[in-house]
Design a protein around this ligand. Structure first.
Ligand code: GLA
Length: 380
């Protein structure tokens, strides 16, 4: 797909800029971000393209190629769309930028993405960050990259209505090629951790549509808040293993399981960073396996399709670790696979999954990529 040409044929002029924003995978640290905890995601080489040109008025006209749909809205009258839900990600960001005092220019835009939608690869965060970057570029205002994630997260919480954390927006903004990004979701202090060059990130999409994901997600978040109140702390990040052990029997069963996941997962992130920095892939794989088990048994966000995919992946030669990635309830697993073994991995896991689940999976071999940027004329 050539978004520049698409823009030209739709709007009769060349776009002023094409903004590219990646999707993401999460190596480890699931459902920890909204508990002020730790995460270790990576931006990937699939994402969204937003071709834009300024308009003289305050209208925004966006054509979404993947949906063959156009939405027009005025920057002076932003209202939640009941159909064309994709447009709320753009509208919410426009609203938040204006609430923060930025003066936006109207624009024409063409949006296209090569991320599978509903595969837990954060296509929505990519659209949000691309939108913020496009308005910043067209309006030539000073919006530091570090401020984009929180603004987009707020748009998702307030305007879209999902109480998501900051991980996705953060990594698609600040990720770096061949690196994972370790983030402390409370202080927003981060550092990049190199991914060994012989490892491929393989996204194993179950193609199982996510069901009730938003409401189940918000419910998990509420359960975590209940746990934090019980321990008298601001967020579950503050609960140590010792604190948990001392009082776990007083907790209702469901809350005990949710808290145990978050407390142990935070530790697993720290341990994974150490393991990766020492290139100790065996330990990293064991931590990923423990993370998946915890998400399945304690946090209860996995589904049978993800469990089957992870078991198949873990059984392959050259696979150093596998787990579900993202919110869960369907979507994709992530496997870290030796480059030389990746062709067989894809063949065997695809065949095994199809046989067991009677559904064709989609396996994508990706690598860690840089976060949001404007592309050069010869790139898109
Ligand atoms: C979604 C949310 C993130 C994070 C993950 C689970 O991707 O957008 O903020 O909570 O789920 O780790």
């Amino acid at each position: 797909m050539n978004v520049r040409q698409e823009f030209q044929s739709r709007f009769g002029c060349a776009p002023a800029h094409v903004i590219w924003t990646p999707g993401r995978v999460n190596l480890i640290g699931e459902h920890t971000d909204y508990n002020d905890g730790f995460v270790l995601p990576a931006a990937i080489d699939r994402g969204v393209y937003l071709a834009v040109a300024p308009r003289a008025d305050r209208e925004v006209r966006v054509y979404a190629l993947n949906f063959d749909a156009q939405k027009t809205f005025s920057l002076d009258a932003i209202t939640h769309a009941a159909t064309q839900l994709w447009s709320n990600y753009l509208q919410g960001v426009a609203m938040m930028l204006q609430e923060h005092g930025y003066t936006l220019r109207g624009m024409d835009a063409v949006l296209w993405g090569n991320l599978p939608v509903g595969a837990s690869l954060s296509s929505s965060a990519a659209v949000q960050v691309a939108t913020a970057y496009a308005f910043k570029t067209l309006g030539a205002f000073d919006l530091p990259l570090e401020q984009i994630p929180a603004l987009c997260q707020r748009a998702e919480n307030v305007f879209v209505g999902v109480q998501s954390g900051i991980m996705d927006q953060f990594v698609v903004t600040l990720g770096e090629r061949d690196h994972a990004l370790f983030l402390d979701c409370r202080s927003l202090v981060y550092h990049r951790v190199p991914i060994p060059p012989h490892l491929c990130l393989v996204v194993c999409d179950t193609r199982k549509p996510r069901a009730l994901a938003a409401s189940a997600y918000n419910q998990r978040r509420a359960e975590c808040e209940q746990g934090a109140r019980f321990f008298g702390v601001a967020a579950l990040r503050d609960v140590t293993m010792g604190m948990f052990r001392a009082r776990e029997n007083e907790l209702p069963n469901v809350i005990r399981k949710r808290v145990r996941h978050v407390v142990t997962e935070n530790q697993r992130v720290l341990d994974t960073v150490t393991a990766l920095e020492r290139a100790d892939l065996k330990t990293m794989g064991a931590l990923m396996a423990a993370s998946h088990a915890s998400l399945r048994d304690d946090y209860e966000v996995s589904v049978r399709e993800l469990d089957v995919m992870v078991e198949l992946a873990q059984a392959q030669t050259g696979c150093f670790g596998a787990r579900m990635t993202g919110a869960g309830f369907g979507g994709a697993a992530l496997a870290l696979v030796e480059q030389n073994a990746v062709a067989d991995f894809v063949k065997n896991v695809s065949a095994g999954y199809k046989k067991q689940m009677a559904r064709e999976p989609a396996l994508l071999v990706t690598r860690a990529e840089d976060g949001v940027r404007a592309l050069n004329a010869n790139e898109a």
